[in-house]
Design a protein around this ligand. Sequence first.
Ligand SMILES: Nc1ncnc2c1ncn2[C@@H]1O[C@H](COP(=O)(O)OP(=O)(O)O)[C@@H](O)[C@H]1O
Ligand SMILES: CC(=O)N[C@@H](CCC(=O)OP(=O)(O)O)C(=O)O
Length: 255
Amino acid sequence: MKCGGSTLAALPDSFFEDLKQLQASGIQPVIVHGGGPAISENLEKLGIETEFVNGLRRTTEAVLDVVEMVLAGSINKQIVRRIQQSGGKALGISGVDGALIQARPVANSAEVGWVGDVTHVESNIIQGIIGMGYMPVIAPVGVDAGGQRYNINADTAAGAVASHLGTERMIVVTDVPGIMKEIEGTKQVLPVVSVQQIQDMIESGDIYGGMIPKVKAAVSCIQGDVQEVVIVNGSEPKILSRVLQGETIGTRIVR
Ligand SMILES: Nc1ncnc2c1ncn2[C@@H]1O[C@H](COP(=O)(O)OP(=O)(O)O)[C@@H](O)[C@H]1O
Ligand SMILES: CC(=O)N[C@@H](CCC(=O)OP(=O)(O)O)C(=O)O
């Protein structure tokens, strides 16, 4: 599951209770989280300028310090604490620990700086945490063999984790009820979207901004073992169990 920074603060206690119940019923959720708004807030407090290039934060060494502090620090621990408060068992880890998320510079690194693409995920670490009875909560910071850190878009990191784990499904929890499109003057949630429709909607501008890395990550993981990616709003009651029960909610992205 990917939990977006857009929705983290607004997630109700019932979201974490639902998660705990899923864990207790034998389902093994794995969380990769974002935290874009909290990073921007902290950069602003420190007087460090921030800018996005095609949805990716331009990441200097100074920005990287704040990204790691916020993602692997406060945000990661906030999620762990909320799961524990609901009675669940969670263990927070960043992509740097155990070289969990291995990365290399993105193709346009001259423009965006220390932003990474995922080259490998040490999925045995995730399996080990699950094996100990804990829910892994992963911050999307990557590392390479030389010890360099990378800022990785959380959707990209979640897609790579889902692919390497070979999970059946990735749920993307965000602040909108799914992929929306204006149909006959009203904005509607599309219940199912194919890879071809996604390409058309990016070209037409119906999918823009923060939705672009989500759909790109979805397309890349459903070309592997992942069967479907579901985009949902985290503030809807019992959203995770409703998706798992097969309710028509949010947007399902299928091959
Ligand atoms: N077609 C679309 N349907 C729904 N949301 C869209 C669409 N295209 C762009 N968006 C935007 O994507 C945003 C979600 O991405 P983002 O803000 O990065 O969230 P997160 O922090 O959860 O990753 C929505 O709030 C919305 O503004
Ligand atoms: C390279 C890049 O842009 N990284 C993101 C990482 C956090 C993220 O993706 O958080 P959301 O899911 O809340 O957007 C950033 O610096 O904001």
